[in-house]
Design a protein around this ligand. Structure first.
Ligand SMILES: [Zn+2]
Ligand SMILES: [Zn+2]
Length: 244
Protein backbone atom coordinates (compact mmCIF):
# COMPACT_ATOMS: atom_id res chain seq x y z
CA UNK A 1 0.00 0.00 0.00
CA UNK A 2 2.75 2.43 1.02
CA UNK A 3 4.75 1.43 -2.04
CA UNK A 4 1.73 2.09 -4.23
CA UNK A 5 1.09 5.46 -2.62
CA UNK A 6 4.72 6.38 -3.04
CA UNK A 7 4.68 5.43 -6.70
CA UNK A 8 1.54 7.48 -7.25
CA UNK A 9 3.18 10.48 -5.57
CA UNK A 10 6.38 9.98 -7.53
CA UNK A 11 4.47 9.82 -10.80
CA UNK A 12 2.51 12.89 -9.89
CA UNK A 13 5.73 14.76 -9.04
CA UNK A 14 7.22 13.65 -12.34
CA UNK A 15 4.17 14.75 -14.31
CA UNK A 16 4.34 18.04 -12.54
CA UNK A 17 8.05 18.59 -13.03
CA UNK A 18 8.36 17.56 -16.68
CA UNK A 19 7.26 19.88 -19.45
CA UNK A 20 4.34 18.57 -21.53
CA UNK A 21 5.30 16.80 -24.74
CA UNK A 22 3.57 16.41 -28.09
CA UNK A 23 1.60 13.15 -28.15
CA UNK A 24 2.72 12.62 -31.75
CA UNK A 25 6.47 13.30 -31.86
CA UNK A 26 7.53 14.10 -28.31
CA UNK A 27 8.72 17.71 -28.74
CA UNK A 28 7.96 20.03 -25.83
CA UNK A 29 4.62 21.81 -26.22
CA UNK A 30 2.87 24.55 -24.24
CA UNK A 31 -0.29 22.62 -23.45
CA UNK A 32 -0.55 19.25 -21.71
CA UNK A 33 -2.00 16.27 -23.71
CA UNK A 34 -1.90 18.03 -27.04
CA UNK A 35 0.03 18.11 -30.31
CA UNK A 36 2.76 20.36 -31.71
CA UNK A 37 1.80 22.47 -34.77
CA UNK A 38 3.51 20.03 -37.16
CA UNK A 39 1.63 17.00 -35.83
CA UNK A 40 -1.59 19.00 -35.50
CA UNK A 41 -1.53 19.53 -39.27
CA UNK A 42 -1.41 15.77 -39.81
CA UNK A 43 -4.48 15.03 -37.71
CA UNK A 44 -7.94 15.41 -39.21
CA UNK A 45 -10.34 16.23 -36.39
CA UNK A 46 -13.86 15.13 -37.22
CA UNK A 47 -15.93 17.31 -34.89
CA UNK A 48 -19.57 16.78 -34.10
CA UNK A 49 -21.11 17.50 -37.53
CA UNK A 50 -22.46 15.12 -40.13
CA UNK A 51 -25.30 12.64 -39.77
CA UNK A 52 -26.90 12.90 -36.29
CA UNK A 53 -26.80 9.14 -36.04
CA UNK A 54 -23.58 7.85 -37.55
CA UNK A 55 -21.60 11.11 -37.68
CA UNK A 56 -20.49 10.60 -41.27
CA UNK A 57 -20.36 13.63 -43.57
CA UNK A 58 -23.73 14.39 -45.18
CA UNK A 59 -24.19 14.91 -48.88
CA UNK A 60 -25.85 18.20 -49.84
CA UNK A 61 -29.24 17.64 -48.23
CA UNK A 62 -31.65 19.17 -45.73
CA UNK A 63 -31.88 15.94 -43.81
CA UNK A 64 -30.02 15.54 -40.51
CA UNK A 65 -29.69 11.83 -41.11
CA UNK A 66 -27.75 10.15 -43.91
CA UNK A 67 -29.39 7.86 -46.45
CA UNK A 68 -27.79 4.73 -45.01
CA UNK A 69 -29.09 5.43 -41.49
CA UNK A 70 -32.57 6.27 -42.82
CA UNK A 71 -32.71 3.07 -44.84
CA UNK A 72 -31.45 0.89 -42.02
CA UNK A 73 -31.29 2.57 -38.61
CA UNK A 74 -28.21 1.32 -36.76
CA UNK A 75 -28.49 -0.12 -33.25
CA UNK A 76 -26.03 2.52 -32.14
CA UNK A 77 -28.05 5.71 -31.89
CA UNK A 78 -25.06 8.02 -32.10
CA UNK A 79 -21.52 7.34 -33.26
CA UNK A 80 -18.70 9.86 -32.95
CA UNK A 81 -14.94 9.71 -33.38
CA UNK A 82 -12.36 12.36 -32.53
CA UNK A 83 -10.14 11.96 -35.59
CA UNK A 84 -9.99 10.33 -39.01
CA UNK A 85 -7.83 7.20 -39.05
CA UNK A 86 -4.41 8.03 -40.46
CA UNK A 87 -0.74 7.54 -39.74
CA UNK A 88 -0.48 9.66 -36.61
CA UNK A 89 -3.79 8.60 -34.96
CA UNK A 90 -2.78 5.01 -35.73
CA UNK A 91 0.60 5.42 -34.06
CA UNK A 92 -1.10 6.74 -30.92
CA UNK A 93 -3.51 3.79 -30.90
CA UNK A 94 -0.63 1.32 -31.28
CA UNK A 95 1.45 2.93 -28.56
CA UNK A 96 -1.54 2.79 -26.22
CA UNK A 97 -2.36 -0.80 -27.12
CA UNK A 98 1.11 -2.22 -26.56
CA UNK A 99 2.61 0.27 -24.17
CA UNK A 100 -0.07 1.01 -21.58
CA UNK A 101 0.71 4.69 -21.93
CA UNK A 102 -1.70 6.52 -19.66
CA UNK A 103 -0.57 9.87 -21.11
CA UNK A 104 -1.81 8.71 -24.53
CA UNK A 105 -5.16 7.63 -23.09
CA UNK A 106 -5.43 11.13 -21.61
CA UNK A 107 -4.68 12.78 -24.93
CA UNK A 108 -7.31 10.67 -26.67
CA UNK A 109 -9.86 11.36 -23.93
CA UNK A 110 -9.21 15.08 -24.19
CA UNK A 111 -10.36 15.11 -27.82
CA UNK A 112 -13.11 12.53 -27.38
CA UNK A 113 -14.74 14.13 -24.34
CA UNK A 114 -16.49 16.99 -26.20
CA UNK A 115 -18.21 14.38 -28.39
CA UNK A 116 -19.79 12.47 -25.51
CA UNK A 117 -23.44 13.42 -25.12
CA UNK A 118 -24.47 14.88 -21.80
CA UNK A 119 -26.97 12.44 -20.45
CA UNK A 120 -27.53 12.06 -16.71
CA UNK A 121 -28.38 8.42 -17.26
CA UNK A 122 -25.16 7.54 -19.09
CA UNK A 123 -22.44 5.03 -18.25
CA UNK A 124 -19.20 4.40 -20.12
CA UNK A 125 -18.51 0.83 -21.22
CA UNK A 126 -15.25 -0.01 -23.00
CA UNK A 127 -15.43 -2.50 -25.87
CA UNK A 128 -14.05 -5.58 -24.07
CA UNK A 129 -11.19 -7.85 -25.05
CA UNK A 130 -11.37 -11.62 -24.82
CA UNK A 131 -9.71 -12.79 -21.60
CA UNK A 132 -6.93 -14.62 -23.44
CA UNK A 133 -5.91 -11.35 -25.04
CA UNK A 134 -6.38 -9.51 -21.79
CA UNK A 135 -4.05 -11.92 -20.01
CA UNK A 136 -1.40 -11.60 -22.67
CA UNK A 137 -1.53 -7.82 -22.81
CA UNK A 138 -2.42 -7.19 -19.19
CA UNK A 139 -4.90 -4.40 -19.86
CA UNK A 140 -7.64 -3.25 -22.21
CA UNK A 141 -6.64 -0.08 -24.04
CA UNK A 142 -10.28 1.02 -24.43
CA UNK A 143 -10.78 0.66 -20.67
CA UNK A 144 -7.85 3.04 -20.10
CA UNK A 145 -9.50 5.61 -22.36
CA UNK A 146 -12.89 5.05 -20.68
CA UNK A 147 -11.29 5.67 -17.29
CA UNK A 148 -9.83 8.97 -18.48
CA UNK A 149 -13.15 10.00 -20.03
CA UNK A 150 -14.85 9.11 -16.76
CA UNK A 151 -12.46 11.39 -14.88
CA UNK A 152 -12.96 14.25 -17.29
CA UNK A 153 -16.75 14.04 -17.54
CA UNK A 154 -17.70 12.56 -14.16
CA UNK A 155 -19.60 9.74 -15.87
CA UNK A 156 -19.32 6.32 -14.23
CA UNK A 157 -17.43 3.64 -16.12
CA UNK A 158 -18.42 -0.04 -16.03
CA UNK A 159 -15.36 -1.86 -17.42
CA UNK A 160 -16.63 -5.35 -16.53
CA UNK A 161 -20.35 -5.11 -17.32
CA UNK A 162 -19.83 -6.38 -20.87
CA UNK A 163 -17.66 -9.41 -21.59
CA UNK A 164 -16.21 -10.86 -24.76
CA UNK A 165 -16.78 -14.60 -24.63
CA UNK A 166 -15.62 -15.52 -28.13
CA UNK A 167 -12.21 -14.97 -29.64
CA UNK A 168 -12.67 -13.42 -33.06
CA UNK A 169 -10.16 -13.24 -35.92
CA UNK A 170 -9.40 -9.84 -37.50
CA UNK A 171 -12.43 -8.72 -39.53
CA UNK A 172 -10.33 -7.00 -42.16
CA UNK A 173 -11.08 -8.23 -45.65
CA UNK A 174 -14.36 -9.93 -44.70
CA UNK A 175 -17.67 -9.08 -46.31
CA UNK A 176 -20.26 -7.32 -44.10
CA UNK A 177 -22.18 -10.58 -43.78
CA UNK A 178 -19.07 -12.57 -42.81
CA UNK A 179 -18.22 -9.92 -40.23
CA UNK A 180 -21.68 -10.06 -38.70
CA UNK A 181 -21.51 -13.84 -38.50
CA UNK A 182 -18.03 -13.75 -36.97
CA UNK A 183 -18.96 -11.40 -34.14
CA UNK A 184 -22.43 -12.87 -33.53
CA UNK A 185 -22.64 -14.15 -29.96
CA UNK A 186 -19.19 -12.78 -29.12
CA UNK A 187 -20.42 -10.69 -26.19
CA UNK A 188 -22.27 -11.35 -22.97
CA UNK A 189 -23.50 -9.17 -20.15
CA UNK A 190 -21.81 -9.84 -16.82
CA UNK A 191 -23.87 -7.42 -14.80
CA UNK A 192 -27.39 -6.77 -16.04
CA UNK A 193 -28.24 -4.37 -13.22
CA UNK A 194 -25.43 -2.04 -14.36
CA UNK A 195 -26.89 -1.87 -17.88
CA UNK A 196 -30.68 -1.96 -17.59
CA UNK A 197 -32.36 1.36 -18.36
CA UNK A 198 -29.04 3.12 -18.99
CA UNK A 199 -27.63 5.09 -21.89
CA UNK A 200 -24.55 3.03 -22.58
CA UNK A 201 -21.69 4.90 -24.22
CA UNK A 202 -19.35 2.35 -25.76
CA UNK A 203 -15.72 3.44 -25.80
CA UNK A 204 -13.39 2.16 -28.51
CA UNK A 205 -9.93 3.06 -29.75
CA UNK A 206 -10.29 2.53 -33.48
CA UNK A 207 -13.55 2.14 -35.35
CA UNK A 208 -13.23 0.37 -38.68
CA UNK A 209 -16.26 -1.53 -39.94
CA UNK A 210 -18.52 -1.01 -36.93
CA UNK A 211 -19.47 -4.71 -36.84
CA UNK A 212 -17.92 -5.32 -33.42
CA UNK A 213 -19.63 -2.28 -31.91
CA UNK A 214 -22.95 -3.33 -33.46
CA UNK A 215 -22.60 -6.77 -31.87
CA UNK A 216 -21.91 -5.09 -28.51
CA UNK A 217 -24.97 -2.89 -28.99
CA UNK A 218 -27.17 -5.88 -29.77
CA UNK A 219 -26.10 -7.57 -26.52
CA UNK A 220 -26.54 -4.39 -24.50
CA UNK A 221 -30.01 -3.71 -25.92
CA UNK A 222 -31.11 -7.26 -25.14
CA UNK A 223 -29.99 -6.73 -21.56
CA UNK A 224 -32.25 -3.69 -21.33
CA UNK A 225 -29.99 -0.75 -22.21
CA UNK A 226 -32.25 2.19 -23.05
CA UNK A 227 -29.88 3.59 -25.66
CA UNK A 228 -26.43 2.76 -27.00
CA UNK A 229 -23.93 5.30 -28.30
CA UNK A 230 -20.32 4.98 -29.33
CA UNK A 231 -17.33 7.26 -28.98
CA UNK A 232 -14.03 6.30 -30.52
CA UNK A 233 -10.59 7.85 -30.83
CA UNK A 234 -10.16 7.29 -34.58
CA UNK A 235 -12.39 6.07 -37.35
CA UNK A 236 -11.80 4.91 -40.88
CA UNK A 237 -13.66 7.38 -43.06
CA UNK A 238 -13.42 5.68 -46.43
CA UNK A 239 -17.18 5.28 -46.98
CA UNK A 240 -17.01 1.78 -48.50
CA UNK A 241 -15.49 0.43 -45.31
CA UNK A 242 -17.97 1.97 -42.96
CA UNK A 243 -20.76 0.49 -40.94
CA UNK A 244 -23.04 -2.11 -42.44
ZN1 LIG B 1 4.54 16.67 -32.70
ZN1 LIG C 1 -25.82 8.16 -40.83
Amino acid sequence: MIGQAFRTCARWALDFALPPRCAGCGVIVADVHSFCPECWKQVEFLGDGGCVTCGMPLQATDSETCGACLARPPRIARTRAAVAYGELPRSLAIRLKYGRKVAIARTMARYMAPLVSRDGNAILVPVPLHRSRLWRRGFNQSALVARELSRRLSIATQPFALRRIKRTPPLKGMSPLQRRKTVAGAFRIADKSAIAGKTVILVDDVLTTGSTAEACARTLKRAGAARVELVSWARVVRPAQLMR
